[in-house]
Design a protein around this ligand. Structure first.
Ligand code: CA
Length: 447
């Protein structure tokens, strides 16, 4: 999970009083599964866990989280964990988990302090929308995505035909969630979820995920040995949490198992397409289109057809009106001095995966790049002179050679790099904003 959005950057950005697309039509949600069990309520969708776990969409929750984190030290008591398991066993069995499955799953279950450390150390560093998008569509991610599209083209073609979701959009979700299957997470699911459920900070949420995880094991879709995921319990190529998996995953290759962990990503990618379809994906409609907005434009709220937006002077970056794909909202994620987009219904469908404008822009933009589209044309009010991708690698190398704790020289500016930059800035008497600027690179080179 290391590269998924849960640990990814906290995106803060000014939305300038823009009402995004209308609330999602939830009528597409099934009321109950064929076996009669209830489909989880809206509060259990893929989007919600991310809303819970990223502070980007719930900034108000943050201070309280931190308070809790400080108040409760990481427990290392296995005795308490074992007691909790004994109590949980009864609750799990009451919900239909067989004793055999439960005991096998918990035979070697371990409290995993690392999970709690990760849970409590989610970055506080705010990343801006431009940094987030730079990372989401960084050159290696575009290149790897195009390779993945070529390698899995027959499967992705069939998925596109079956579900009507562009294969590049599915690939972009894959890229952001697990870097095309290279970072799916290797935490044993039972350990991670039991630790989080026992820890109690969001105990009831994770207990529900854990019970669902046991149902997945009971269904035979996956063996305990292969049942791995992120520290926060997101699984496989496209990082479904157990309740989303239970409700939406599909067996695309027809082998009788919904295998989202396999080296063959077919089931996982089809599950993602099925999920987007289920939440109202409109075939043939783009997620959004970058536009130019005239300076004097007044209120920008509401939804209009692109031809109506064109009458207000809102046109594509090529100067021509955007095609009437459907009604659109104007999104200016960094305010009036930044890039602007007309976003369609499909934008809000992507947000069902992760309820964040930054995430949906990341998926949308990366999918455009995978189709061969250009970088975002509009300016961003960065307040600093940005670095090229290669210069970011150079910046990271210089920081690392000076002893700052950096895991990777990968040109992606995440929380670790920002912290290192800020530490360096402090030592150099600069303002510690953590920004990867030309200024910082110059200072690093001169020392
Ligand atoms: Ca399968």
């Amino acid at each position: 999970m290391s590269s998924t959005v849960i640990t990814a950057f906290v995106a803060t950005f000014a939305t300038v009083g823009i009402a995004l697309a209308s609330p999602i039509d939830t009528s597409l949600r099934p009321k109950a599964r064929p076996d009669g069990t209830q489909i989880p309520a809206v509060a259990d969708t893929q989007a919600t866990i991310y809303a819970e776990l990223t502070s980007s969409v719930r900034p108000l929750a943050r201070p309280k989280d931190l308070e809790t984190a400080e108040a409760a030290p990481v427990s290392t008591s296995n005795a308490a964990f074992d007691r909790w398991i004994r109590g949980f066993r009864g609750r799990a069995l009451a919900q239909g988990i067989s004793a055999r499955v439960f005991d096998a799953a918990f035979q070697n279950a371990r409290y995993t302090p690392d999970v709690i450390i990760k849970d409590r150390n989610q970055t506080e560093f705010k990343s801006n929308i431009w940094d987030y998008l730079d990372n989401a569509a960084a050159p290696p991610k575009v290149e790897e995505g195009q390779q993945a599209l070529r390698r899995h083209n027959p499967t992705l073609q069939r998925i596109e035909q079956r579900y009507g979701v562009d294969k590049e959009v599915v690939a972009a979700v894959w890229g952001l969630e697990s870097r095309y299957g290279t970072r799916m997470g290797t935490y044993p699911m039972i350990d991670a979820l039991a630790t989080l459920a026992f820890d109690g900070r969001r105990g009831s949420f994770f207990e529900k995920q854990l019970i669902t995880a046991l149902k997945i094991v009971q269904s035979g879709d996956v063996t305990l040995r292969d049942f791995q995921g992120s520290w926060a319990g997101a699984m496989g190529h496209t990082q479904f949490i157990p309740t989303s998996y239970m409700a939406y995953a599909v067996d695309f290759d027809g082998d009788g198992k919904r295998d989202v962990w396999s080296s063959d990503p077919g089931d996982a990618l089809a599950s993602t397409a099925a999920y987007l379809r289920r939440f109202g994906w409109i075939t043939g409609q783009p997620w959004g289109v970058e536009v130019r907005v005239p300076r004097g434009l007044g209120s920008t709220g509401g939804q209009r057809m692109p031809s109506q937006w064109a009458q207000l002077g809102v046109v594509g970056v090529d100067g021509r009106p955007v095609r009437d794909y459907g009604s659109a909202s104007l999104l200016m994620p960094a305010g009036r001095n930044g890039a602007a987009f007309l976003v369609f219904k499909n934008f809000s469908v992507i947000k069902r995966y992760n309820n964040s404008d930054a995430y949906a822009l990341g998926v949308g933009h990366l999918s455009d790049r995978l189709k061969g589209g250009p970088p975002i044309q509009g300016p961003w009010p960065r307040g600093y002179e940005p670095l090229s991708f290669n210069e970011k690698m150079e910046l990271q190398s210089l920081l690392k050679s000076r002893g700052y704790a950096l895991e990777k020289i990968d040109g992606l500016i995440g929380p670790n790099t920002r912290t290192a930059i800020a530490d360096f800035q402090r030592s150099a008497g600069m303002r510690p904003d953590g920004n990867p600027s030309q200024d910082v690179l110059k200072q690093l080179k001169s020392r």
